[in-house]
Design a protein. Sequence first.
Length: 381
Amino acid sequence: MTGLCSRNYEKKRAWAEVDLGAIRNNVAYLEGVIGPKTMLMAVVKADAYGHGAIAVTKACLDCGVRRFAVATVEEGVRLRRAGVCTPILVFGVPDPKDFESFFRWNLTVTVPDWQSAQRLSHSAQSLGHRLNVHLKLDTGMGRLGVLYTNGPDFVEKVANLPGLIVEGVYTHLSTADSDTVHATRQISRFVDVIGAISARGIEIPCYHMASSAGAIDYPDSRLNMVRVGLALYGLYPEPQLVPALSWKAKLSEIKEVPPGWGIGYGQTYTTKAKTRIGVLPVGYADGYTRRLKGKAKVLIGGRPYPVVGNICMDQLMVDLGSDPVGVDDEVVLIGTQGNNRISAQDLANWSDTISYEIVCAIGPRIPRLYTSKDTIPMRPA
């Protein structure tokens, strides 16, 4: 394997390759789409959707990205410890036990309600600090945030609290990839709220609502900042975006079995003829869900082969037929080989879920190996 840089590579039989060149390509494309007047916030929560938050964040910094978002305080602190000094927004509801960490590590807080705002203000005064906050409004997601009809009053009240700096106000599109009517309604609601806030003489530096789908497909939702996750990793269906992650393995064993031979727990697959069964050291504990049973394929030598039988915790089986496949042949679970490709979306379709879940579920037993088409390969994080 060229481009891999890991001393432990020979000891591993399964790994994920993350192309940081693809991340840089996607940032460049997205910045071209949103234009120079709109900031790009890179969403690197859930360990950058399973790609590795530290490596992805540093690749984005190399491209000039200066704002990042995570889900939890712990994710933000991890980036700070890695030397990331630019603004980091934490999406989750602020827990009082984490207030000191917000101040200590200079993390930006999401404020979804008045009670949280009051508690943060009191904590800021007690510690003698000021804290950047982004206020969350609900324009039709039905999750976090104050209802948009109360948005201007909420923003004004929080802006007057001591110790808090209202740097941003945001909302979340719930149907940008599925329901244009509702998405347009949410955009209209939020734009009206922005107008009402401005009419009160309140200046807010950052307004944001667009995720990947909004940033690409709804120009009116871009405002002066967008939050991009899925597209950053090349998982959004846009031809110019490059998928950054490939999942690969080598076979642990190949064995010949007779016709009528049951494969795996429950014997849910029975061979129809004499065949060769390959065993891969990947299972549902690694994120290769049991829902893929009877549907998934892998690539070997550029050809697709079916995954057969129930997927085990640590292993899965592939029917190789009579083909001359060897144990040292590279197997692709996600990625391109020859003229064929298996995407994260393919696995999502086969298991009735979304591509986000597929890549986020790839577990820590699968090492991430970082490559780049335009820089020296990096060591795994």
